[in-house]
Design a protein around this ligand. Sequence first.
Ligand code: LLP
Length: 385
Amino acid sequence: MIKGIFPVDKFNKIETPFYWYDMDLLRETLGIISNECRNKPFHVHYAVKANANPQILKEIAAYGFGADCVSGNEILRALECGFTPDKIVFAGVGKTDREIRIGLDNDIFCFNVESKPELDVLNALASGRGKKVRVALRINPNVDAHTHKYITTGLNENKFGINEQDLPEILQMIRTSSHIELIGIHFHIGSQITDLSSFEDLCVKAAALQEWFNSQGVALPVINVGGGLGINYQHPNHCPVADFEAYFRLFEKYLKLQENQTLHFELGRSMVAPCGSLITRVLYVKEGMQKKFLIVDAGMTDLIRPALYQAFHHIENISSEGDYMPYDVVGPICESSDVFGEERMLNEAVRGDLIALRSAGAYGETMVSQYNCREKPASYFSDSL
Ligand code: LLP
């Protein structure tokens, strides 16, 4: 039986929980992004933190995208999976010396620098290697992304990035740092942004900052606007691909590039979230006083987004065609936040039914933990199952 997009018969032979990736949807998404960027000075660096599964990374690298990494190990993983160093950017507020050396030794495209002390360390380590390192300054544009507070990053009071008032001093530092080459400015205002007007605000801010740099005699070949494009978690079947056309058109319209300037994006979620589902099995149907609980074998250790950000993932019973009824879908972990969804309308369920938690391709597998000594979920791909 195939219910919707899922090969349920095959799933029945596999131990749960596991991640399942629809590779056709991934390819369709990557194709759309490639087309949108064709013949434009646009470069997409996939944010590896969203999903670092080697199969997924190899597919993305094969389309010629770059990688946005936030750790030395992400850089190594990206390189192993076919991303070329000249398309790798490296961000993060707390880069260790080891991680900086990984970036330096592999001659990556650019370090996104987040503070004055980082700039000092970078200059010293590059000097030790006899190299000049390309950097973009990550600046807080003070733009509200209107998203969950844990994934808003562009406001002034944030651990991320450099505040505008520090820029004159930082520019002075760069002028005297012989191993630093300033190539651009970088922003990231937050994640799961569905109100595109936040990106318009960012464009206005980026243009103003660029003007300031120009007035100081500094040209910036690179403008990097980060990631953040949101997806529709409510309707994964109706809207399986984010509106990339509107997204890229917005930047074309509101951010006028100078000659020889390139615009860089660090998209994560919108590239991979829709293609992944977490598949889990009903262990028990427990009748509460007023509620029915579906206790499933996946927990917050396998998908932490609902527990951590009150995130919504569409939930389906893919084994049943029974009447719809409300269930609270909960995991087995000893934490009361281990809840995937409350009062969800699902086809009537019995022990053994398979449940799909949709749109889990981003920040799902990468955020797995082994709390309670649990096993990590396996991953399967539509191509090879
Ligand atoms: N660039 C930078 C500097 C970032 O910090 C991030 C994400 C991205 C790009 C990619 O953003 P995206 O296109 O995926 O929105 N774990 C959270 C999301 C954390 C995002 C962290 N930064 C979640 O599950 O919603």
